[in-house]
Design a protein around this ligand. Sequence first.
Ligand SMILES: [Zn+2]
Length: 230
Amino acid sequence: MIGIRDDDTLPAYTHDPFYQRILRTIAYSLQHPKATDPNGTRNPYFSLGRFIDSYIHSRGNNIAKSQFNAFCIVETEEKTIPDHYGHSSAASRVRRKPTEAEKKMDRLYRRALVFPTLNGSNPHEESLEERPVEQCAENIALPYILKAAIQFLANNEQGNRVISVYSLSMSTAKEPIAFCLNCRRHATDLVRKTLGLRIVDRAHVIYQSDATYALWASDQQGDFSSNSNA
Ligand SMILES: [Zn+2]
């Protein structure tokens, strides 16, 4: 776990909750690039559970003090692509509410990841939920892995490779959370544009184009079924 606490033990010039939160997520991802469970098995439920445990531990083992409602791990089977972790924006119910400046920084950081061509401007798409489009835990974890996955596909000149990007989000109680409507739209758009890209929401459904599904199916042995909806 990352041994940084949200208290006053840090020098004032580093005591910026926004940077601590973001650095903590990235540092955790760097520290656990391809985690396994105690049996040596890749198990995203275990890995994400451990991330949540580490975060709750940093809040004095008090779940009620969690600033975040959702946590996420995004991973692939490719050995060269490390796992990435994320969390949602700070919940409004917490005692120490984020300042306007912190909220703005958080929004800009998430926008820069999810909409890299907008230079921090407002996304042109309306939110399909009551919350802003950038708020989800997936918005931290997914872009890093998608970038690597799209590069992986671009490196394959024959255009016949498939890569599956697996996303799992859970609450502080470790209940799986399916993609919200904004994340579903985002995943559907991406797989339509990217031959070979499959996005698997472990709590719900697989996003893939018909052409990608045909490529994937021709690679498989045995009887597999898919919930293609893109
Ligand atoms: Zn979402």
